[in-house]
Write a protein that binds this ligand. Sequence first.
Ligand SMILES: Cc1cn([C@H]2C[C@H](O)[C@@H](COP(=O)(O)OP(=O)(O)O[C@H]3O[C@@H](C)C(=O)[C@@H](O)[C@H]3O)O2)c(=O)[nH]c1=O
Length: 181
Amino acid sequence: MKFHATPIKGLWVIELEPFADHRGRFSRLFCKKELAEIGLQAEIVQVNHSVTVNKGALRGLHFQNPPYGEDKIIRCLRGEVFDVAVDLRQGSETFLQWFGQRLSPENNRAMFLPKGFAHGFQTLQPESELIYFHTQFYAPEYEGGFRYNDESIGVNWPEAVTEISDKDLALPTVSSDFKGI
Ligand SMILES: Cc1cn([C@H]2C[C@H](O)[C@@H](COP(=O)(O)OP(=O)(O)O[C@H]3O[C@@H](C)C(=O)[C@@H](O)[C@H]3O)O2)c(=O)[nH]c1=O
């Protein structure tokens, strides 16, 4: 794995390094020892998978509140997505700044989000599949989120939004007294 720093400290793009031969490819998706270099300390306790049927569909921006904050690794297995992380860390010099990265099987990129980030993505291809590695269990009572089009965050989504859940449409915008998580 190669690690590429982003403009937001602690947020990394992971480049997988597939071995290719006449049979196809082999990639290491997770390595505790290598990921320790970019700050992954906790155990992975849950692996999730999502399929999004339509191009332009959007999920996010999601996070879990303390004490269920989590690190996440996100990899696209099929299709292509524009993946977004938003810095919600209290006192961070990049507070409320966002970073976007295209993820696809072809570009071999994955994202590493430490605790304190919101996450969302928009599909750039139909039938896009993601696999997520999480360091916390799903805790619905600690779920948090912000509206994908919150102006104080200002994510520049690449496509018109064709689909979004009612739950995500009902998410709040960032209030002026929000200090982070
Ligand atoms: C996230 C999650 C959902 N669920 C359930 C709740 C619900 O019935 C159904 C769908 O949940 P949601 O609508 O929240 O799914 P979704 O909008 O795809 O949520 C995901 O969005 C992206 C952006 C992320 O970063 C993920 O961590 C996760 O929050 O799955 C679990 O059982 N475990 C989980 O970890």
